[in-house]
Design a protein around this ligand. Structure first.
Ligand code: HEC
Ligand code: HEC
Length: 363
């Protein structure tokens, strides 16, 4: 009898033990799979997005459908974190101030700016970094926190975020740089660092910056761009490219594209490829990467037209200390590749790029 009990006891212990072992083995296997095959669980399921609301007739309007589609597409791309995540009140205030400086730059640094009047051309950072630098392919800041500090060939130096922000102040805003220790620089940096905080260090987030467009086989043509401009841009940016200010003259409603209040010739948008990519997926106002309004040709040609007009000049003699590192569409010589300034400004670019690639492969 006792023996029988003993056996049953041992059997149940063995059973329990083998169960535990089986569970442990399965857990171990899963850990292995994740580690070896780099299996990732999706962070945000597209099914988290609520379907559109039907109208009173039980139908989905065209705009509701469109909005839903847009949300599904955008879910595949980087998006800024939620403000409510920030727990520390001081940090929250600083980041909110940074965002406001990017949205309403002119109110602080423009004609009647409250921090430093007339120290810029009156543009807002947001004019070019749309939706406070969060719009998918709207020249957003998604990959800034993850990639800075980094080497930039334009200066030939490792640049930190302060330097990069001041680059846009001096070039895109044709103005004065900020003191690194100023509250404004600290706030702008805090905001940019915060919105990119979830992107893995060294990686570029999907949908960040600008979206590539294809190259033309010919040079971009200002005369063709003039037509595009008249049809699709002039109504807002004005015939003379000088834009339109708001009623109390504190900021631009439609920012200028050339002339004394525009970006200078050392700015990012003065490179034809940047302009064409920005415009293709963001202009006329309301266009996006899922609803482009311009063909690639129109984008290149209107870029050529706008960037052939007069604008402020910047002394950029210290830029690109190593001329071999000049990008294919940097429009100022000297060059090491034998192509002239005209081709570096307007294209065709394929030959320049092909030569660049073969040079770097040889060296
Ligand atoms: C006239 C348009 C324009 C305005 C206004 C502008 N920027 Fe930029 N900015 C650009 C372009 C174009 C680039 C990308 C340039 C390139 O890659 O060569 C850029 C790049 C940047 C980058 C680096 C982005 C990256 O992914 O590496 C930062 C940071 C930045 N800008 C901050 C600012 C801030 C802050 C302001 C306002 C003070 C500002 N910009 C205003 C056009 C502009
Ligand atoms: C319906 C009005 C409208 C039309 C049409 C329009 N834009 Fe814009 N554009 C804007 C506004 C507004 C901004 C600033 C966006 C913001 O701050 O959110 C802007 C910004 C820009 C910028 C960056 C800021 C600057 O001043 O350098 C460029 C470049 C630009 N537009 C080019 C074009 C081109 C080229 C076309 C025609 C293909 C065009 N836009 C058509 C309203 C318009």
């Amino acid at each position: 009898m006792k023996e029988q009990e003993e056996i049953e006891k041992t059997a149940s212990v063995i059973l329990k033990l083998s169960n535990t072992i089986a569970i442990a083995v399965v857990l171990l296997l899963i850990t292995f799979l994740v580690l070896i095959f780099d299996v990732h669980l999706p962070e945000k399921k597209t099914t988290d997005i609520k379907p559109p609301q039907a109208d009173s007739n039980g139908l989905f309007t065209e705009s509701a459908r469109e909005e839903f589609k847009q949300k599904l597409v955008n879910a595949q791309f980087w998006h800024a974190p939620d403000f409510s995540e920030i727990e520390n009140e001081n940090k929250k205030d600083l980041i909110a101030y940074g965002k406001d400086l990017i949205v309403n730059t002119s109110l602080y640094f423009g004609e009647t700016g409250t921090v430093f009047a007339k120290s810029t051309n009156g543009l807002n950072c947001q004019n070019c970094h749309l939706e406070a630098g969060t719009k998918v392919f709207g020249n957003n800041y998604g990959s800034v926190a993850s990639t800075y500090p980094k080497y930039r060939a334009r200066s030939g130096e490792i640049e930190n975020l302060y330097k990069r922000v001041n680059d846009c102040f001096e070039r895109s805003l044709n103005g004065k740089s900020l003191d690194t220790n100023s509250k404004e620089m600290q706030a702008i940096s805090a905001y940019i660092q915060w919105i990119g905080k979830d992107v893995e260090k060294g990686k570029k987030a999907a949908g960040s910056g600008l979206k590539d467009i294809s190259f033309l086989d010919r040079a971009a043509e200002p005369a063709l761009g003039n037509k595009v401009y008249a049809e699709k841009c002039q109504s807002c940016h004005q015939k003379d490219g000088s834009g339109l200010m708001n009623a109390d003259k504190t900021a631009f409603t439609y920012p200028p594209l050339w002339g004394p209040k525009s970006y200078n010739d050392g700015a990012g948008l003065f490179r034809l490829s940047n302009f064409a990519k920005y415009v293709k997926y963001n202009m006329p106002l309301g266009a996006s990467h899922t609803s482009a309004q311009l063909s690639d040709e129109e984008a290149w040609d209107v870029a050529a037209y706008v960037n052939s007009q007069t604008r402020p000049e910047k002394d950029i003699s210290k830029d690109w200390p190593n001329i071999e590192e000049k990008p294919f569409d940097h429009p100022f010589g000297p060059f090491s590749d034998g192509f002239d300034e005209h081709q570096h400004k307007y294209g065709p670019f394929k030959a320049i790029i092909a030569k660049k690639t073969s040079q770097t492969q040889k060296s």
